[in-house]
Design a protein around this ligand. Structure first.
Ligand code: 5GP
Length: 239
């Protein structure tokens, strides 16, 4: 596979065209931003840890029957993915109250949410990713009613698989963000699952091991991401 020109560069990843029109290359970079890009930084090896964590979790989901855009890794930080038409909805799954949920509603940080709460945000920097409901998503033409139903079911299945997998790694999963895409009429899980898109808390200490370390200056981001990688992809430390 030959890497061609850049298709799109986001805050933490760059997507390239390839000589296969059905495939793209997604490169995980060391840059990171928070608060709508107002806070920016670089963290060496962050792209590597996130890429390895995402590859492992996307492969796990594939093994469990969830269709994802993941194809393979072609380098430590570059993932070959299926080209999809991204649905502009950020699907947030919440198992424990944290972050914006606590800011906006009378939940207490750490409060268990059972059953999990599912929230849809409109993926639009220009509008500040506002929360939307099915009616708004349909009226904006973001997805059909049937697609929203499928996305909801997929998000909850993905949550169960991840919770099961992380349980014996001493990692809590308070919440995470998913993105989906369309390919040949099917809905696929797209984007990434990593320390940039999930909250991970140490089960014993409650310590944040995710982007909150950067958002709220809680310590060394790279050590936190390395620790999650150590638990989810221990094999990369045996090389
Ligand atoms: P919150 O709504 O509390 O800010 O975020 C909930 C969860 O979704 C967190 O795990 C957070 O990392 C993830 N999330 C929400 N919006 C975004 C986003 O625009 N980008 C990324 N990378 N993660 C997001």
């Amino acid at each position: 596979m030959i890497k061609l020109s850049e298709l799109y560069s986001g805050k933490a990843k760059t997507v390239y065209r390839t000589d296969d029109p059905e495939k793209l290359i997604m490169k995980f970079r060391d840059s990171l931003t928070a608060f709508d890009g107002k806070k920016k930084s670089e963290a060496p090896k962050k792209g590597y840890y996130n890429a390895q964590i995402a590859a492992k979790l996307l492969s796990l989901l594939e093994e469990k029957g969830i269709k994802t855009h993941f194809d393979s890794m072609i380098s430590d930080t570059e993932m070959v993915v299926d080209a999809v038409d991204i649905i502009k909805i950020e699907v947030i799954v919440r198992n424990i109250a944290a972050g914006s949920l606590v800011k906006k509603y009378p939940f207490k940080t750490g409060q268990k949410l059972d059953p999990p709460i599912l929230v849809f945000d409109y993926k639009s920097d220009e509008h500040g990713d506002p929360m939307i409901n099915d009616d708004i998503a349909i009226a904006l033409g973001l997805a059909t009613k049937d697609e929203l139903l499928k996305i909801r079911k997929l998000a909850l299945s993905i949550n169960s698989i991840l919770l099961d997998h992380l349980a014996d790694k001493n990692l809590l999963l308070p919440d995470f963000k998913l993105e989906f895409g369309r390919r040949k009429g099917k809905i696929l899980l797209a984007d990434e699952i990593s320390c940039d898109t999930c909250r991970f808390w140490d089960k014993k200490t409650g310590e944040s091991l995710d982007k909150d370390v950067f958002r709220f200056d809680k310590g060394d981001l790279v050590s936190a991401y390395r620790e999650v990688a150590r638990r989810i992809v221990p094999e990369i430390f045996e090389k």
